[in-house]
Ligand binder design. Structure first.
Ligand code: 48N
Length: 291
């Protein structure tokens, strides 16, 4: 019998027929197929992307926002190792929840629609999760951006270009739980996503922090890591933003991963540089695609 949807539209109804609350009938397989089809259609379609962003922390998401908004024609694929994207931006510092953003980076908060308290030289978002959840929702609502979380980049696609240079041409992926268990099971081969530009925003700590910076060293594309320097807010934030760049042909680096690559200072619990660096990485990606 076809399901009679309740006439009223109010979401808070708990009585849509005389016996209480009734759901439309469903077969379990319909639920499975609804997920499987969409997920694997996306994997198939994004096997070749225009830009891959590795890491959905504050830098990676800021990059995805600016790139996705400025270039709705680009197929942008975010690969995030954690089940929960957001990286270190769910909290401020030492597990405290307010997030500090130094001006003028607060203008990005205005762009995205995150309310804050103005403290003069900086602003405070009442809960870091308010920033991250708002930015995430803006990014994931863009038609040209997809995110594959619980998926790890466990290597880079590195090819020789027509000038004989080593060029990054995509990422090698696996389910994160697989990537973290290569020493318990052998022969769990990966998958790939190829793209002319990769933006690496894998942060400086965490189970896979500074992934691409470390891989560039082991692949012989970087002599050695610069290693993150001590905390100095006034040096660290402009350095990270101004040093955001293409660190190897086809690979743009942004956010705190740069502190490990270049040897910049760390800034501690202030996030404006992550936003501005992500935006600059988006611009660098557009430049790289146009060259
Ligand atoms: O938040 P993070 O770690 O990195 P950023 O650069 O976006 O933001 C850094 C910021 O949170 C700070 O560290 C602040 C400013 N503190 C500074 C300081 O002095 O301590 O996000 C990186 C994301 C995470 O979500 C990781 O799970 C993910 O990248 N990730 C990966 N995803 C896929 N494949 C990988 N190999 C991988 N490695 C890390």
């Amino acid at each position: 019998m076809p399901f009679e949807a309740p006439s009223q539209d109010n979401y808070d109804t708990t009585e849509n027929y005389d016996g209480g609350y009734k759901f439309a009938p469903i077969e379990e397989a319909e639920v499975s197929r609804a997920m499987i089809k969409r997920y694997f259609d996306t994997m198939y379609e994004r096997a070749v992307s225009d830009v891959v962003i590795v890491g959905a922390g504050s830098a990676g998401l800021s990059c995805a926002y600016h790139l996705g908004k400025t270039r709705p024609d680009l197929k942008i694929t975010i690969v995030e190792a954690n089940v929960a994207p957001g990286g270190g931006a769910w909290l401020g510092g030492q597990l405290m929840t307010p997030m500090v953003v130094r001006k003028p980076a607060h203008l990005f908060l205005k762009e995205v629609g995150v309310p804050f308290e103005d403290e003069g030289a900086f602003v405070v978002v009442k809960h870091a999760a308010l920033f991250t959840s708002t930015l995430l929702s803006r990014v994931l609502s863009m038609d040209n951006v997809v995110m594959m979380n619980a998926t790890a980049v466990e290597d880079l696609v590195i090819r020789e270009d027509f000038q004989g240079r080593q060029r990054v041409g995509g990422v090698v992926t696996n389910w994160t739980l697989v990537a973290l268990n290569h020493d318990t099971q052998s022969c769990m081969d990966p998958n790939t996503i190829t793209a002319p530009v990769v933006v690496s925003a894998t942060g400086h700590d965490g189970p896979m922090g500074a992934f691409s910076a470390k891989r560039l060293v082991s692949a012989g594309l970087l002599k050695e890591l610069g290693n993150m320097r001590g905390l100095d807010m006034n040096r660290a934030e402009p350095a990270i933003v101004n040093n955001t760049r293409e660190v190897a042909p086809g690979l743009i680096m942004t956010g705190m991963e740069l502190s490990e690559h270049d040897g910049c200072n760390r800034m501690g619990p202030t996030f404006g540089a992550m936003m501005a660096s992500g935006i600059k990485a988006a611009k660098e990606a557009m430049r790289a695609l146009d060259t």
